[in-house]
Design a protein around this ligand. Sequence first.
Ligand code: MN
Length: 227
Amino acid sequence: MSDYVIPAPKIPTIPVDGGGEFPVRRVYCIGRNYAAHSIEMGDDPDRDPPFFFQKNPNNLDASGDFPYPSQTSDVHYEVEMAVALKTGGTNIATEDALDHVFGYAPCLDMTRRDLQGEAKKKGRPWEIGKAFERSGPIGPLQRVADVGHPDNGRVELLVNNEVQQEGDLNQMIWKVPEMISYLSDFFELEPGDVIMSGTPSGVGPIQKGDVMVVNIAGLKSLTVKVT
Ligand code: MN
């Protein structure tokens, strides 16, 4: 028996395609990693150093449902690819970075855009807009052994069978190995860390009843219903 003085929190997990559960330690999300999305958010997409924010590990949700969150009237989808690490370290070289990857998953960086916008205006942190309950629909996680390291091919988001976002993995400003290397200069990466690799242009609002489908070339799809 443990000495925990309250019930221990559950370790959040992502189901792995083919069986098993991937335990999640941290979730890092990159901002503005596709030039066209950077422009639509009012920024200059030069190659400034990347910036990251975090979601909470238990914000990831493989249930297939996205309950419309509280305290907002403008929730946006952002289609992304998640990168799940099986090993970590510090000061990881770009050329070694992919050795640390367990697998990849389609995911969504759901955003309370109205609250994020207010936070940006006031120079405040983004958690209220980004790190809320069930804000990271995700899954299934697919092993490198099965899918390799996807670095080009179509990324799209359909809402009610209509394409709303489209791009190509090869349009990422910061590639997956560069993101891992950069993060490892600032943080100790460990097994269970997940990186959400940014969204192409076309972000927009959803409503209750909408069905979102994430298709990423080479990966199985993710379907999420807004409830
Ligand atoms: Mn995002």
